[in-house]
Design a protein around this ligand. Sequence first.
Ligand SMILES: NC(=O)c1ccc[n+]([C@@H]2O[C@H](COP(=O)([O-])OP(=O)(O)OC[C@H]3O[C@@H](n4cnc5c(N)ncnc54)[C@H](OP(=O)(O)O)[C@@H]3O)[C@@H](O)[C@H]2O)c1
Length: 240
Amino acid sequence: MTDTRSVRAVLPHVGPVIDPSSSDGRAWLDAEYAAEAPLVRLNMVTTLTGAAVGPDGTSDSISNRVDRAILAAIRRASDAIVVGAQTVRAERYRLPDDRVLAVVTRSGDLGDDVFDRSSLEARENLLLVCGRADADVVAARAEQYGCDHVVVGADAVTPAAIRDALATRGLRRLVCEGGPSLASQFVADGVVDELCVTAAPKVGARAEPFLSLESGPDTRVAHLLVDDLGYSYLRLRPVR
Ligand SMILES: NC(=O)c1ccc[n+]([C@@H]2O[C@H](COP(=O)([O-])OP(=O)(O)OC[C@H]3O[C@@H](n4cnc5c(N)ncnc54)[C@H](OP(=O)(O)O)[C@@H]3O)[C@@H](O)[C@H]2O)c1
C-alpha cells in the first residue's frame, strides 16, 4: 500500500490540506462523507486502465493510506457494507466490529481466512444474503459460521431486492464495496445514489474492468479530493 500523508478538497471548493490520520482529519472526513438514509453508495478503487486489482491480485496494491481512511469514513457513515463473496475470499477482509457486513452469495462459502482474522463476537455482524434458489445451502453455511442470513424475496438476487431486504432490517445506508461483478450489477440496476471512486495514478495490466457495463449512467462530479501523490477521490452522482 502506498504511503500518503495529506488530502484536500478540490471540488466543489478548494480547501485546506488535511492530515487524515489526525483526529481533526478523521472528523473532517466524517463530515465530508456524512450520509442520511436512505442512501446506496458504491466505493471502489481503480487504476487509470480500469483495473480493480494490482500485481498482488487484490485492491491493496492500488490503494493507499488516504484511500483506506476514506473507506473507513464511508463505512462509519453506513449501516451495512455489502460485498460479493469472492471479495471476502480474495481480499484481506475482517468482520467489522461495529457494522453489518452483508455478503451476497450463492454458495455461502466465505473461506477460512476471514474468520481467522476476526473475533468470534464479530460474527454477529455477518449477514449472508442469497436468493430463494440457494436458501438451503446458504442457511446451512450460516449455521456453521454462527451468523444470520437473509433470503431476498426472489429467485434472482437483484441489487434492488438486496437493498429492500436490508431496509426491512433497518439497514438503509448501504455501501457496496464490490467486487466488480457485484458492483456492476448495482450500477446497471440504477440503485446507486453515489459512486465513490478512487482513481489511482497507475497504469498496468487489466483483466476485467472495475465496472463492466453495457451502458453506464450519466454522472456529475459532486465532490473531488486529491492527495499528495495524485490519487483522486471522486464522488459521482447519477443524473436522474
Ligand atoms: N478495486 C476495488 O475497489 C475492489 C473491491 C472489491 C474487490 N476487488 C477485487 O475484485 C475481485 C473480486 O471481485 P469479483 O467480481 O470476482 O467477485 P465479487 O463481486 O466480489 O463476488 C462474486 C460472488 O458474489 C456472489 N454474487 C454476486 N452476484 C450475485 C447475485 N446476483 N446473486 C447471488 N450471489 C451473487 C457469488 O458468490 P458465490 O461464489 O459465493 O456464490 C459470486 O461468485 C478480487 O480480486 C478483489 O481483490 C477490488
